[in-house]
Design a binder for this molecule. Structure first.
Ligand SMILES: [Zn+2]
Length: 236
């Protein structure tokens, strides 16, 4: 999945209003940010399958450190603990951890059985939603649309940039998704890995969005004064 991962990150803003969108979008995509680095280092492997198309173009041969369930739990802890130490936001930390692990769950639903559970050996799972191009696009597309709508209604564009930043981010994700599904097969696994590195731009793009889209649920406004009071009484 691609859009499905980001969908959950957008939706999570409502549950974790204090957590930066940059982190909420990074968490569910973290395994796919790590994966291309490991492929380029030669520690994990994928292959382009000749004759396949759509979602099935890539054969994910070996990805224990980025995509096994065990590794996902490890990455979740690696993301949630520093965040908690930084922000003292237990709810946000928990949601980040769940988002990281959600990547494994969504991949297990969509992939062919190539998603590992353990670091070596053990079963590989995958329910194979990807075998149905239309089914995947309908489910993933509606999930994405619904969650972006949820985010847009949880926040408000403070100025024109607030609309442009979100619109361009959503548009770029959709174009990349359609390019992946309907574009020509990639020349090599290495080229796919390099292309996936674009994902690292995302947290910065999300920061731009967030700077121009304050959260509107009221939770921030109610919580913030109490929190700052709490903090100052602790530091005294
Ligand atoms: Zn993945």
């Amino acid at each position: 999945m691609l859009l499905g991962h980001f969908a959950l990150g957008f939706a999570a803003k409502r549950l974790a209003p204090r957590t930066p969108l940059s982190l909420l979008l990074t968490a569910p995509f973290l395994l796919d940010l790590v994966f291309p680095l490991l492929v380029l280092l030669g520690w994990e492997q994928m292959r382009v399958l000749p004759g396949e198309s759509g979602f099935l173009t890539l054969e994910l041969v070996n990805m224990p450190y980025s995509h096994s369930l065990l590794a996902a739990v490890g990455w979740a802890v690696l993301m949630a603990l520093p965040y908690f130490a930084w922000r003292r936001d237990g709810r946000g930390a928990l949601i980040l951890a769940v988002l990281v692990i959600s990547h494994w769950v969504l991949d297990a639903v969509t992939h062919r059985p190539d998603v590992p559970v353990l670091l070596s050996g053990g079963p590989k799972v995958g329910l194979g939603l990807w075998y149905s191009l239309l089914g995947t696009m309908v489910i993933e597309g509606s999930l994405f649309a619904g969650c972006v709508w949820l985010y847009a209604s949880t926040t408000r564009a403070a100025d024109r940039s607030g609309r442009i930043a979100l619109g361009s981010l959503v548009g770029t994700l959709v174009v990349m998704y359609l390019g992946f599904v309907f574009g020509p097969p990639p020349p090599s696994a290495e080229s796919v890995a390099y292309l996936m590195l674009i994902g690292w731009v995302l947290p910065f793009w999300a920061r731009w969005v967030e700077r121009h889209r304050p959260e509107t649920s009221g939770i921030l406004r109610i919580q913030d004064p109490r929190l700052s009071e709490h903090k100052s009484s602790h530091s005294e």
